[in-house]
Ligand binder design. Structure first.
Ligand code: CAA
Length: 258
């Protein structure tokens, strides 16, 4: 499938998806959101893909929703088309592990897109922010919700109210990103993490993702019950037998996603 605003490469069972509107710092216009949601849905269904890496370029992961495209819209326009509704929900429905490899700006919708991935690896030049307030709007794809869960109320309020940017060191300190690496190493590091994940049982990886995500939706008691039942259900898989047998026999497991 040929896309205009993204580049999709599948290599070693990893789908590497690059946002590709460098002239606009990868701002998320409707075409890009549409193509990205289609590419992610396809990657999720493609048996040759076990993990997804989402990236931009060295200057920008994405500088947010496309301001030029939105600026003249009315409430009725954005409400009517449900701007950032269904297409973004399709991205959230991806069940395969998804890593954001962030260099440069991840602002507004860009920061929100990175937070929709399962974890974020960033370069030393990364800058995260929710500067929507400078445009007279509130964040619209999770900047007040996911960011608060990532970094806590105080920093989320600070970022959303002042519109200031967070650098890579602060993002790591605050738990927004899992790793910071020298900027040229961002994609290699994310690909190497993706390859590690691709070696695991795909069934178990999906269950891990489902269980961690559940912790954002339900009480601790409900979440623990969900996790325990998920753990129990793994004993119905061949991969559990293989994983535990391999440990006991001191060899590498050969998972078959069964
Ligand atoms: N939308 C549309 N175009 C954008 C853009 C955006 N979000 N961000 C950058 N661009 C364009 C610029 O207009 C510029 O295009 P021209 O050359 O045609 O003028 C080009 O990308 C390069 O940008 P700059 O010249 O501004 O580059 P810079 O290095 O001087 O500044 C920046 C970089 C600080 C990231 C600055 O571009 C900026 O502040 N961008 C906007 C960030 C922002 O406000 N994001 C939030 C958007 S709203 C949102 O995302 C809502 C939501 O939650 C869903």
């Amino acid at each position: 499938m040929a896309y205009e605003t993204i580049i999709v490469e599948i290599e070693d069972q990893i789908a590497l998806i690059r946002l590709n509107r460098p002239e606009a710092l990868n701002a998320l216009n409707s075409k890009l959101v549409d193509e990205l949601s289609r590419a992610l849905t396809e990657a999720d269904q493609n048996d040759k893909v076990r993990c997804i890496v989402l990236t931009g370029n060295e200057k920008a992961f994405a500088a947010g929703a496309d301001i030029k495209e939105m600026s003249e819209k009315s409430f009725v326009d954005v409400y009517g088309e449900d701007l950032f509704g269904a297409k973004i929900e399709a991205i959230q429905r991806v069940r395969k592990p998804m890593i954001a490899a962030v260099s440069g700006y991840a602002l507004g919708g860009g920061c929100e897109l990175a937070m929709m991935c399962d974890f974020i690896i960033c370069g030393e030049n990364a800058k995260f922010g929710q500067p929507e307030i400078n445009l007279g709007v509130v964040a619209g794809i999770g900047g007040t919700q996911r960011l608060t869960r990532f970094v806590g109320k105080s920093k989320a309020m600070d970022m959303n109210l002042t519109g200031r940017f967070m650098d890579a060191a602060e993002a790591e300190r605050s738990g927004l990103v899992s790793r910071v690496v020298p900027t040229p190493k961002v994609i290699p590091e994310a690909m190497s993490a993706a390859r590690k994940i691709a070696e695991k049982s795909a069934v178990t990886a999906k269950a891990v993702k489902e269980s961690v995500n559940r912790s954002y939706e339900v009480s601790l008691r409900e979440g623990l019950l969900f996790e325990r039942r998920s753990f129990h259900s793994m004993f119905a898989t061949e991969d559990q037998k293989e994983g535990m047998a391999a440990f006991i026999e001191k060899r590498e497991p050969q998972f078959r996603d069964k």
